[in-house]
Ligand binder design. Structure first.
Ligand SMILES: Cc1cc2nc3c(=O)[nH]c(=O)nc-3n(C[C@H](O)[C@H](O)[C@H](O)COP(=O)(O)OP(=O)(O)OC[C@H]3O[C@@H](n4cnc5c(N)ncnc54)[C@H](O)[C@@H]3O)c2cc1C
Length: 494
């Protein structure tokens, strides 16, 4: 039996018989091998979630298991060596600034503070990169998700223009940081491709192209054979190539930042969740279960992963999810033609699909929503469907890992900076663009704590304002994404 065949093989742990899944999940027929009766399992649109392939041999009825299991593991964690010597905070330490959250934002802030001569402690509830920073797609995007004209319409011309400029230039800062610190993270500054999946997608990309061009950005709208050559698919009629941007292994980048923080004498504590933040005289007491940091200033950079009720930050965003599925490394001419110039990409669907390769030739597909609450067959079916739609020339490919992460969304898709009290700064609402944004915001918050120049920030501070019905919004979007993906599997959409 070939490796590919094994992906369709299911075994019943009770009867020790094998089943071969012969079709897609809309018609889950199982041919019995070698001796059990053929079985069919219903999977109507509504019970899709609850469906599990069962053994129908005699009266067994047990759930059968795929012989080659798609692992729930983050690729970037898998390929990145862990930080040496994880230390838990178990004493009281005094520093100039305490940074809460060991992601790209917190570590970028810590690095800048250390470079300017401040003493810094970073507290991370789990391991460095546990949040979005270690598990994202790795797109080093320029700008926000929304068009630059819309940023100015929402924030006003002056503030919006500054944010567009800062985030438009942000990929250059990420790649400069990687080069300066010698971070090994599969960095490629070859651009990104935003791919139009239909006519309205083309119109959207034309508008984005024109708006960024007016601002002097190095973008190009690819069409015709050139577009096909870059994307490696004939399903895309236009793609916006943004040469400012690129891709990284985000866990590699985050770990590299953490190592640089340690090299500069920063104190980094992992498995040290903050449970309390108190003011005492002119100092801040940042408490964990086993220790305490006493600092003059505090940076809260816990993003979508904020844990505990010691801050109001989590009331200022609503949580969304994004998942990815990675194949085993692909080889051969057909594989080489998929995104052959090394760009990371995503399509113009509202519930988008992201597509990229990694340094080992894996194909990574992703979309909004979560896979940690879905059966393996569903995840594989979705990945197969997207791959066969865009890259049928690859034939059947083997999916290896899947993982999910949280994103901090805001209703207007724009981030918020806060200074709830003097000496404490916080940020949230990257809306799924934190590799670049976290890098520049972390540095900007550090500069602000040192120089006290609010006009130098990418955007002004906002007042904290809880988002109404945040939990309901999250649930509503998650259901919508799940239904959309079910529709993709069932070929109702796509
Ligand atoms: C699946 C996915 C795909 C994405 N794709 C992209 C992409 O391609 N490009 C892009 O630019 N952005 C992407 N993003 C968004 C990006 O990953 C995030 O915006 C970014 O990583 C946020 O960085 P951060 O440092 O602000 O927060 P995080 O990386 O989330 O770090 C916050 C840290 O704070 C810690 N923490 C929480 N509570 C406490 C506490 N009480 N005490 C101590 N520590 C605490 C958490 O454990 C966590 O490690 C994606 C996000 C996800 C989830």
């Amino acid at each position: 039996m070939s490796e590919a065949d094994k992906h369709h093989m299911y075994a019943c742990p009770g009867c020790n018989v094998f089943f071969l899944r012969v079709s897609n999940p809309t018609a889950d027929a199982f041919k019995a091998r070698p001796r059990c009766r053929a079985s069919r399992v219903s999977s109507s649109f509504l019970n899709l979630w609850f469906y599990k392939p069962m053994c129908f041999t005699a009266s067994c009825g047990r759930e059968v298991e795929c012989m080659v299991e798609l692992r729930r593991e983050c690729l970037w964690e898998h390929v990145t060596p862990q930080l040496a010597s994880p230390t838990v905070l178990a004493s009281t330490i005094k520093v100039d600034v305490c940074v809460i959250g060991g992601g790209i934002t917190g570590l970028s802030a810590a690095l800048k503070l250390l470079e300017k001569g401040k003493s810094v402690a970073v507290l991370e509830a789990h391991q460095v990169g546990h949040g979005g920073s270690g598990r994202n797609v790795g797109l080093v995007n320029a700008g926000t998700w929304i068009r630059p004209d819309d940023v100015e319409a929402t924030l006003g011309t002056k503030v919006g223009a500054r944010l567009n400029q800062v985030l438009g230039d942000a990929p250059a800062q990420v790649f400069a940081t990687i080069n300066r610190l010698g971070i090994d993270c599969q960095a490629r500054n070859d651009g990104t491709l935003h791919m139009a999946h239909n006519a309205s997608g083309v119109a959207d990309l034309q508008a984005r192209h024109d708006q960024w061009k007016r601002r002097g950005a190095d973008v190009e709208l690819l069409t015709g054979p050139q577009c096909q050559e870059y994307c490696g698919t004939d399903k895309i009629s236009a793609a916006l190539l943004d040469r400012r941007a690129g891709t990284i292994n985000p866990m590699g980048y985050t770990t590299g930042l953490a190592e640089a923080v340690q090299r500069l004498g920063g104190r980094l504590f992992q498995n040290s969740a903050v449970i309390r933040l108190e003011k005492q005289g002119s100092s801040w007491l940042v408490k964990t279960a086993d220790g305490m940091i006493v600092s003059d200033k505090v940076v809260i950079s816990t993003g979508a992963y904020t844990e505990g009720d010691w801050s109001e930050l989590q009331k200022n965003y609503f949580r969304g999810y994004y998942y990815q599925v990675a194949s085993k490394p692909l080889v051969g001419a057909a594989a080489d033609n998929v995104l052959k110039h090394g760009q990371g990409s995503w399509d113009t669907r509202t519930v988008l699909s992201s597509i990229r390769r990694d340094a080992d030739g894996r194909l990574l597909l992703g979309s909004l929503g979560r896979t940690d609450n879905k059966p393996t067959w569903f995840i594989k079916s979705w990945a197969d469907r997207i791959q066969r739609h865009y890259f049928p020339q690859l034939g059947k490919i083997e999916w290896d890992m899947h993982w999910t992460g949280c994103i901090d969304f805001t209703p207007d898709h724009l981030m918020r900076l806060f200074e709830p009290v003097a000496g404490v700064v916080a940020v949230t609402g990257y809306n799924g663009r934190g590799n670049t944004t976290g890098t520049v915001v972390g540095k900007a918050l550090a500069d602000y704590l040192i120089d006290d120049l609010p006009e130098e920030l990418p955007i002004p501070f906002s007042t904290m304002k809880p988002i109404q019905g945040a939990g309901l919004r999250s649930a509503f979007y998650e259901s919508g994404f799940s239904l959309y993906h079910a529709g993709q599997c069932l070929r109702v959409v796509l």
